[in-house]
Design a binder for this molecule. Structure first.
Ligand SMILES: [Zn+2]
Length: 269
């Protein structure tokens, strides 16, 4: 799936985790933002597609393959490999946690400054980050197998999971709209909780589960099979079919709005 849906899904799961915080809007905003960051992070392994990769990373690490070759291959640093694993979710949480602790306590001198108590204080932020990260991995599974055959979920096991081709790589506007709906609904609930008494946690979790189920339903009922492994000669056909499906689901008007939004974005969406 595209980076926008990944990041926004992280934000969406962050709104649920944030509803468990008792520390006010600043802490909640932090949890939501970090969860969104966790949702985007696995695709850092697409850096090998960057035009400057070979002359920088390639030269520095003395790599035998070009960035483009690495991207499609199954090295641990290829796309959909280590960074798309459960192990990486926790590794990255620890790594960025350590970085966050150093910045907060050493530079801004905030308390508590013991790593353990700081970690305990920020446990909801960690949870949001890991959940956002894992949601990304789950979202990549229904995309085509391509050269990988899914994601290397249980790294260091060499097995790849998913690659079912239920959906195309992008143009999943319907899923994006569901995710945005969850974010807005949960932000509204967090705000409304200041004025009315209700069970915020249960309700935001309910909103998330409803949105998640709706997205799974949409993914599983696409009237077309996008599955392919290796490289495909039908790329343009798949691409236009995925747009056609969106037009049917959203209707002409909303589809046009989404397409215009898509064209303005500098990334695949
Ligand atoms: Zn990904």
């Amino acid at each position: 799936m595209d980076i926008l849906i990944h990041s926004f899904s992280g934000l969406a799961v962050g709104t649920v985790v944030a509803s468990f915080s008792k520390r006010g809007w600043k802490d909640r905003a932090k949890i939501i933002a970090i969860s969104g960051f966790g949702g985007a992070l696995p695709d850092l392994d697409a850096i090998s597609l960057w035009s400057g990769f070979d002359s920088t990373f390639g030269t520095f690490f003395n790599l035998d393959h070009s960035g483009k070759g690495i991207y499609s291959a199954k090295f641990w640093y290829s796309h959909h490999a280590f960074l798309h694993s459960i192990a990486a979710a926790f590794f990255m949480a620890a790594l960025f946690g350590l970085f966050g602790w150093m910045v907060e306590t050493k530079i801004f001198k905030s308390k508590p400054n013991q790593l353990r108590s700081w970690g305990k204080r920020n446990r909801l932020t960690f949870l949001g980050f890991v959940l956002g990260y894992l949601l990304h991995l789950l979202e990549d599974m229904p995309t085509p197998a391509s050269t990988w055959g899914g994601v290397n979920l249980f790294w260091p096991s060499p097995a790849y999971v998913g690659g079912t081709g239920d959906i195309w790589w992008w143009n999943n506007y319907d899923i994006f709209l569901i995710v945005v709906g969850v974010i807005f609904a949960n932000l509204f609930l967090i705000l409304a909780r200041r004025f009315f008494h209700f069970r915020l946690r249960q309700l935001s979790l309910g909103v998330f589960i409803f949105g998640f189920s709706l997205a799974v339903y949409q993914i599983k009922t696409r009237p077309y099979d996008f599955a392919y492994s290796g490289h495909t000669t039908q790329y343009t056909e798949f691409e236009s079919k995925s747009k056609e499906i969106q037009k049917e689901i959203l209707g002409d008007k909303l589809y046009r709005v989404m397409e215009r939004f898509d064209r303005r974005l500098p990334v695949y969406f």
